[in-house]
Design a protein around this ligand. Structure first.
Ligand code: SF4
Length: 449
């Protein structure tokens, strides 16, 4: 295959969206495209979209508008818009009217059929296809650039939870789990091409396999992935707190390659708000899950997502979120201001919170979490931690970076030859986001490349 065409892929949103964008890029290789970052010389631009927040959608609409100007300068370039934003009920027609310069529109359910759409466009047609329903689980070619250490692997699609603020169940359909055999084969082929760390992806990995007979759950799947030779680390996101089983916590405690990191979105510390969000757990239940993790895995890193300014959130509800941050000791939190998402229940709730109040609460929340994150990292000073070496640091190329099992970023002086290996690093300094350390040379490196 001669790669004489360039594709630029722009991604918005979560790891699911990133993984889908990788799939699309991989599909274009079969048409002679090689990935590029230069829009000006691109033959194809793919924008894989997100619709989780209206602000994200506005940003994407701005980008689609910019691409019109690109097309005026370069009439050869084809534009493809795919993913969640296109999949929203009734969105396609509205988007097509707004952006007639787009050549391909594709939803989330027909991504694996992108080659059929691209073929038509290469013959001069414009195409738009959005399937209303998924057809089975999406089996896609594994994707890992040679030597790329980390890869995302979908283990399931969709979500059954219908949190009142979230559009995902409407754009990604109901939960469907991929068969373990297919997941294991994909990971083995990734490992053969140089991958050493995988993140297993699902909107709610804890309900993986609930439709399987004979029964096989997420902990069982993790056990199988843990056996794969030459794979060094396994991560997973996202864990819905209501489905986090003792069996799963035990599996992480016992697994050799399973990283001791749980991303456990709390969203709010107030039971009143959690109920309005339809999260199906209480603050007390959540804290018991945290306690169970800490009992079995004392060093586990727990991260979270939090929304402030959800409709009806009073000052005392927000205060409960702040106390939650302190009780749960998160190593990191992804914090957001609630933003209306049309088509969801929460968007129709009457008691919306004014923007200035949301902004103030977000600032306060971030400052509380920043000191928690700093404290979490400071307690690591003096510890020797296992780090998977990723490469030179972006801010200081004289140093290397990598991540701990808890997903904390570490910067240290080291040998380029250790990239792709596990090293032991003694932590000497800690900031809110980064740890600084030195390699414990007497422990050596563990190389699998
Ligand atoms: S669990 Fe809730 S927030 Fe997460 S994807 Fe499903 S509906 Fe959305």
């Amino acid at each position: 295959m001669e790669y004489n065409k360039k594709v630029v892929t722009l991604v918005y949103g979560c790891q699911m969206s990133e993984r889908d964008a990788e799939t699309l890029t991989e599909i274009t290789r079969h048409f002679g495209y090689s990935p590029s970052e230069d829009l000006e010389t691109a033959d194809l631009v793919i924008v894989n979209t997100c619709c989780v927040r209206e602000s994200a959608e506005n940003k994407i609409l701005g980008k689609i508008g910019e691409l019109k100007k690109l097309k005026e300068r370069n009439s050869r370039v084809k534009i493809a818009i795919s993913g969640c934003m296109v999949q929203q009920p009734g969105a396609l027609e509205r988007l097509q009217k707004r952006a007639p310069h787009v050549d391909i529109w594709a939803g989330t359910h027909n991504l694996h059929d992108f080659s059929a759409l691209l073929r038509k466009v290469e013959q001069g047609e414009k195409v738009a296809e959005v399937w209303q329903e998924p057809k089975g689980t999406l089996e896609v070619a594994s994707f890992a650039e040679k030597g790329k250490l980390h890869a995302n692997v979908n283990i399931m699609y969709g979500c059954d939870n219908f949190c009142s603020y979230c559009i995902v169940p409407y754009v990604r359909g109901r939960e469907r789990s991929r068969k373990p055999k297919e997941i294991i084969e994909e990971i083995k082929s990734l490992v053969d091409s140089g991958c050493r760390e995988v993140t297993l992806l699902g909107q709610n990995v804890n309900s993986y396999g609930k439709e399987f007979t004979p029964a096989l759950d997420f902990a069982d799947l993790l056990h199988q992935v843990d056996q794969i030779a030459s794979l060094l680390r396994i991560r997973f996101i996202t864990s819905h707190p209501k489905d986090l089983s003792d069996k799963l916590i035990k599996a992480v405690a016992e697994g050799e390659k399973l990283c001791e990191h749980f991303h456990l979105p709390i969203q709010s510390g107030s039971n009143f708000i959690l109920e309005r969000m339809n999260r199906k757990y209480t603050r007390e239940y959540y804290l018991k899950r945290v306690q169970q993790i800490r009992e079995l895995i004392p060093n586990a890193s727990i991260t979270t997502d939090i929304i402030v300014g959800f409709p009806g959130e009073a000052e005392e509800d927000f205060e409960q979120t702040l106390t939650m941050m302190k009780q749960a000791h998160y190593s990191q939190a992804f914090t957001f201001m609630y933003s209306k998402r049309s088509g969801t229940l929460a968007a129709k709730m009457e008691d919306q919170i004014p923007l200035d109040v949301k902004k103030r609460r977000l600032q306060k929340l971030m400052s509380v979490q920043n000191s928690e994150s700093l404290e979490w990292r400071q307690h690591m000073i003096g510890q020797v931690v296992e780090v998977l070496v990723e490469g030179p640091s972006k801010t200081n190329p004289q140093r290397l970076t990598g991540r701990t099992r808890g997903n904390e970023l570490v910067v240290f002086k080291g040998d380029l030859a250790s990239i792709g290996s596990l090293v032991h690093v003694k932590i000497n300094e800690a900031g809110t986001w980064t740890l600084v350390g030195e390699v414990e040379s007497n422990r050596g490196i563990q190389s699998f490349m």
